[in-house]
Design a protein. Structure first.
Length: 268
């Protein structure tokens, strides 16, 4: 399959990370994904694929293939993301629900490591104008009851990072770091992150931008390396490749370890 720059749709783990040939019109900071004058259409593309390679293998050792499918029913969009091993077995899935362009829920299952997590966003019972985020994670494929957290502004998950990046494209190109909150399933909380433009280069005859996603906390920065995105400079700013922590885990010895890999995206 020929590789084309495309929509960024991989998972990312502390655990959990990350999305369009369609450019959102105008975003402003809000909660649970980018806000816009018109909601971002998470139903497009209906199908998106990629390949996860062992880091440093020059795209020679395939670890997983990635597939994201999206379906719409009125104002509800359901997204399924799958990571499939070369032998055809599904290693991990993420099922995500959006309502009117807003994240409602996410459920992640890693079948190999036998762990799962979930996110649910609901009205705050003590503040009708506010919202709460409930985060759960644990061993087994049915997450335990979620722990309640305040839904902070610009709270992002795997599937909303790329639209958020596009919403702040001009700021990033101007050299301004863009801060946001990212959900960690395993820690059942959110952490501060920022996006930073780190340079420009040419890849396969195309001018591309390098954007780094890194923790704002020095402590968290010691636990996870930055994620690096390669994105075409010209509209529609499609993600060509991604390097860093991704779903699912990989077995080393008797333990399931977090995976840092190189992901290349296909565009149909």
């Amino acid at each position: 399959m020929k590789k084309y720059p495309g929509f960024f749709w991989t998972g990312w783990i502390i655990p959990a990370a990350l999305l369009a040939a369609i450019i959102p019109s105008a975003y402003a900071g809000d909660t649970a994904g980018p806000a816009a004058s018109e909601p971002f259409d998470y139903a497009k593309p209906a199908l998106f694929t990629g390949t996860v390679y062992e880091a440093g293998s020059q795209e020679k050792k395939v670890l997983f293939t990635f597939e994201r499918t999206a379906t719409r029913s009125n104002s509800t969009v359901r997204v399924e993301r799958q990571f499939v091993r070369p032998d055809g077995l599904v290693a991990a899935t993420e099922d995500i629900v959006y309502e009117s362009g807003r994240l409602v829920s996410l459920q992640m299952k890693e079948f190999q490591a036998k762990v799962s997590g979930a996110i649910q966003i609901s009205p705050d019972p003590e503040d009708p104008a506010g919202q709460k985020i409930y985060i759960s994670y644990g061993h087994g494929l049915e997450p335990a009851r979620g722990e309640s957290r305040e839904l902070l502004p610009d709270t992002e998950v795997d599937d909303t990072i790329y639209p958020f990046m596009l919403a702040h494209w001009e700021e990033l190109m101007g050299g301004k770091p863009v801060k946001f909150h990212f959900v960690s399933l395993e820690w059942k909380t959110v952490f501060g992150f920022r996006l930073v433009r780190t340079g420009e280069s040419v890849l396969n005859g195309r001018t591309v931008e390098q954007i780094k996603m890194e923790p704002t906390s020095r402590l968290i920065a010691k636990l996870v390396d930055p994620l690096c995105f390669t994105i075409e400079k010209d509209t529609p700013h499609r993600v060509i490749q991604y390097a860093g922590r991704t779903t699912p885990r990989i077995k080393k010895g008797k333990s399931w370890k977090y995976l840092d890999a190189d992901t290349v995206f296909d565009w149909k």
